[in-house]
Design a protein around this ligand. Structure first.
Ligand code: NCN
Ligand code: DMD
Length: 355
């Protein structure tokens, strides 16, 4: 697959830097805000950048076969039925990200990519891109059937197109899926080669695994075992990104990757969120390396796989609030910071005018 991804406008970035240096403040005194302002100029190709008036969150919802086990073998603190129930909460506007997005003036859309449950009574914008119900348990079988990763990736691209055609000037990928922190950690371990299942050494897998929704140490040990078995089962197939998504990922991971790549193709900046969107970004970069220039990290989540993946992507998160909700909630919190960065360039006075 080949993608025509525009380069960021380095000329605009340099002009932004020059203007930032001339504002009424000590040189560099606005720290990271100056980097963000310059990055937005490079992304929008203008100084100052355009106002971020049309920020859109898309929550990719789906279930994961790793939750298809008795409670005694659970990898999540919550049952899988929560995924389907939460889609209705997003639709009603009452989820965490709905509330935070209202504060930030951002729109939220949830899409059913692979929810295990009947949501057919909901509008087509939610249900129209469904790939399948749930996914395979990655420790025992592939997550996806042949061709599904490509179909889900294409669906994610279409969803990005829909949001951009509706005017998005910044996109945020959100996620909802009980069990998806196990999937995210498996993708990160496989992508970074931190899993070495052949030697039976789980130490490297352990580094990627966190508590997700709040499992205890025994739950974490079960996640590590599931991921170790999945990596051993996938073997070298995991080297190729679509095979990796098929064997170890999910339809939501593939759709999120497609969404991130298409945003870049269309030249629309992205604020990544928690462990699931950052894991998808890591795989997406293997599919379209230049796409990564269009992504910023909104926040650092508590999941270790997210920090490992951010480091590999060379991204420094804007915020670190200890959030572990997912949904796009952390990235949404970073939107006012980006708006502030833009306003500084657009509105501050100039040192040269001090007299
Ligand atoms: O964004 C994060 O880093 C994050 C960390 C922990 C949990 N989550 C959310 O919680 C769900 C996955 O957690 P779990 O324990 O079921 O794997 C899923 O719906 C995620 O959106 C999200
Ligand atoms: C209630 C609930 C809401 C969520 N939002 C994202 N992940 C979630 C997990 C649970 C359990």
């Amino acid at each position: 697959m080949r993608f025509d991804i525009p380069a960021l406008d380095e000329n605009a970035r340099a002009r932004a830097r020059e203007q930032l240096d001339g504002l009424v403040k000590p040189l560099g005194a606005l720290g990271r805000l100056e980097d963000l302002a310059a990055w937005l100029c490079a992304a929008h190709g203008t100084v100052p950048p355009r106002p971020l008036d049309n920020v859109r969150v898309v929550v990719f919802a789906g279930d994961h076969g790793v939750t298809d086990v008795p409670t005694s073998a659970a990898v999540s603190a919550y049952p899988r039925e929560i995924t389907s129930a939460m889609v209705r909460v997003f639709h009603a506007g009452n989820s965490g990200v709905n509330v935070l997005a209202r504060q930030a003036g951002a729109a939220v859309r949830v899409v059913d990519i692979a929810v295990d449950g009947d949501l057919d009574d909901l509008p087509g914008a939610i249900t129209g891109h469904k790939i399948r119900s749930g996914s395979g348990p990655i420790d025992r079988t592939d997550a996806l059937a042949e061709g599904e990763a490509e179909r889900a990736f294409a669906a994610g691209r279409l969803i990005a197109d829909e949001e951009i055609d509706a005017g998005a000037d910044l996109l945020i990928p959100g996620d909802m899926g009980i069990g998806n922190t196990t999937i995210a950690a498996a993708l990160v371990a496989a992508t970074l080669g931190t899993g070495t299942p052949d030697t039976g050494d789980t130490e490297h897998v352990e580094r990627t695994v966190g508590a997700g929704t709040g499992v205890d140490e025994e739950g974490r040990a079960r996640k590590i075992a599931v991921i170790g078995a999945a990596l051993a089962r996938a073997g070298s197939r995991a080297d190729e990104p679509f095979e990796r998504l098929t064997a170890l990922g999910s339809a939501c991971a593939a759709a999120t990757a497609g969404f991130l790549v298409q945003a870049a193709v269309r030249g629309v900046p992205v604020l990544l969120d928690g462990v699931f969107s950052v894991a998808a970004a890591l795989v997406a970069r293997d599919i379209a390396p230049d796409a990564a220039h269009w992504w910023l990290a909104g926040h650092r989540s508590t999941e270790p796989a997210q920090s490992l993946a951010l480091k590999a992507l060379g991204l420094d998160p804007v915020l670190d609030l200890g959030l572990r909700l997912g949904e796009g909630s952390g990235a949404v919190q970073a939107v006012p910071v980006l708006r502030g960065a833009r306003a500084v360039l657009a509105e501050m006075g100039r040192l040269a005018d001090l007299g």
